[in-house]
Design a protein around this ligand. Structure first.
Ligand code: FES
Length: 223
């Protein structure tokens, strides 16, 4: 983990930004950085997730704080947490944006295609700039796609975890058939530094800290 500066180079209408930073700071898909500006009145740092590669840095998943403009210097700490790990043998990969944009999953597309996997992206929002080989389906196709896939990466907000759990449990074969990981998106203000507990999530019968035990968890732990 490193603590260094990055700089906002570009902002986009969808709320994402392009950050330039040292290479060792760039988080893997599912990991995050904590970022704040020197000038900020906000006491808490904001989590920043990788979305796509960019020259000398990366594009973040939206939204970024409105105050971050081109030229803003960011104090960055990370990479933090556990990210996604695509099994090397996976050849049918599902990326599921359960209740939000697929931006935090986007970085997996390149990794999946690199190992010659077929990729299906499930999301209910508009997505641009996808490789032609990526098939897009609505989230309601999730149960069928989970039966097809040999690996799935899911992005879900903390408030929707129970709904995700119910959907998966409805389809009994899914548990045995498919290896899956879930990114639980929640507030992570201290990144385990102060042990604030704000990021606590129930995993099985235990409380876990999304900031350090996750934010990516095995789906089977959630069921
Ligand atoms: S964000 Fe503070 S303990 Fe996780």
């Amino acid at each position: 983990m490193k603590l260094e500066n990055g700089i906002v180079k570009e902002t986009f209408l969808d709320g994402s930004i392009r950050v330039e930073c040292p290479r060792e700071l760039i988080p893997a898909p599912g990991q995050y950085l904590l970022a704040h500006t020197n000038a900020s009145d906000e006491p808490l740092a904001d989590p920043v997730f990788f979305s796509r590669s960019a020259p000398n840095g990366f594009l973040t998943a939206p939204p970024a704080p409105n105050a971050w403009m081109p030229g803003t210097t960011l104090n960055l700490r990370g990479p933090l947490g556990h990210g996604f790990t695509i099994p090397v043998a996976a050849r049918k990969i599902a990326l599921i944006a359960f209740d939000d944009s697929p931006a935090r999953l986007h970085g997996l597309i390149f990794l999946a295609l690199k190992q010659n996997a077929e990729v299906v992206l499930l999301c209910d929002s508009q997505v641009n700039d996808l490789p032609e080989v990526v098939e897009v389906q609505p989230v309601k196709a999730m149960q069928d796609v989970l039966l097809w896939a040999d690996y799935a990466a899911v992005d879900v907000s903390r408030g929707e975890v129970n709904q995700l759990r119910e959907k998966v449990l409805e389809q009994r074969q899914v548990r045995a058939r498919c290896e899956a990981q879930v990114l639980i998106c929640t507030q992570m203000p201290c990144g385990a530094l102060a042990e604030c507990g704000i990021c606590a999530v129930t995993i099985g019968r235990h409380w876990k800290m999304a900031c350090k035990d996750g934010p990516v968890f095995d789906l089977n732990e959630l069921l």
